[in-house]
Design a protein around this ligand. Structure first.
Ligand SMILES: Nc1nc2c(c(=O)[nH]1)N[C@H]1C(S)=C(S)[C@@H](COP(=O)(O)O)O[C@H]1N2
Ligand SMILES: [Mo]
Length: 206
């Protein structure tokens, strides 16, 4: 494990540089980057890797690793918030926005209002389509200026920083537009269907 102890609880009360206001209720800051995975880290195989977009079961677009890396890229510096109560500020990511992926499929609007995200290893999570658009989300391939570590989702993970971090699906392979919404792995297991950290939507019913 690569974890360091979290910043002490007193930290929050003492910071006066504005970071305090960026920590949602019930969260504390960490300087390390904890790893949280429900299963083993998949072996990355870039030769067979594909990212696909689907409207229901109809293909909208598919990219090999080389093709994905050749489409316009974007950078985010964002705060992330895990439902297990750690938050990390000013994290740097590089990848492709979901807007760009839709455009590459010739679409200006999402074909369905919800997305079910599928990963290597079988993990799933659900997100409203609008929460992935207008520069709010990307498929990230780099963190902190280097390739994304396999344990953090490399070669590619979804990044939806304004929702709890379980929505940021690691080892993402398929974005499936659906209607009605289909709950994903944690959402089926008691977590909140939406997961807004600022409204503390941790569990179903919050
Ligand atoms: N494929 C997959 N994605 C996943 C998970 C997982 O178990 N499998 N865990 C989620 C949870 S609960 C969190 S908090 C973050 C953790 O990301 P990290 O390990 O990079 O900190 O990944 C999310 N994405
Ligand atoms: Mo999590």
């Amino acid at each position: 494990m690569m974890s360091e102890p979290p910043i002490s609880r007193g930290f929050r009360g003492r910071v006066s540089d504005g970071r305090n206001a960026r920590v949602p209720p019930g969260q504390h800051l960490v300087e390390d980057f904890p790893v949280l995975s429900a299963g083993p880290t998949p072996e990355p195989d870039l030769a067979s890797w594909r990212l696909t977009l689907e409207d229901g079961n109809s293909p909208l677009g598919e990219w090999t690793w080389a093709q994905f890396n050749a489409i316009p890229q974007t950078d985010f510096t964002v705060d992330i918030h895990c439902v297990t109560t750690w938050s990390k500020l000013d994290t740097d990511w590089h990848g492709v926005s979901i807007d760009t992926l839709l455009e590459a499929c010739g679409l200006s609007e999402p074909p369905q209002p919800y997305v079910l995200v599928h990963c290597d290893g079988g993990y799933t999570t659900n997100v409203p389509a609008e929460d992935l658009l207008d520069g709010k989300a990307m498929v990230a391939t780099q963190f902190g200026g280097g390739p994304l570590d396999p344990e953090h989702g490399g070669p590619a993970r979804l990044l939806v920083p304004h929702l709890y971090f379980w929505k940021s699906a690691k080892w993402v392979r398929r974005l499936q537009f659906v209607d009605p919404e289909v709950p994903g792995f944690w959402e089926e297991n008691g977590y909140h269907i939406y997961g807004d950290p600022w409204r503390e939507q941790r569990y179903d019913g919050d």
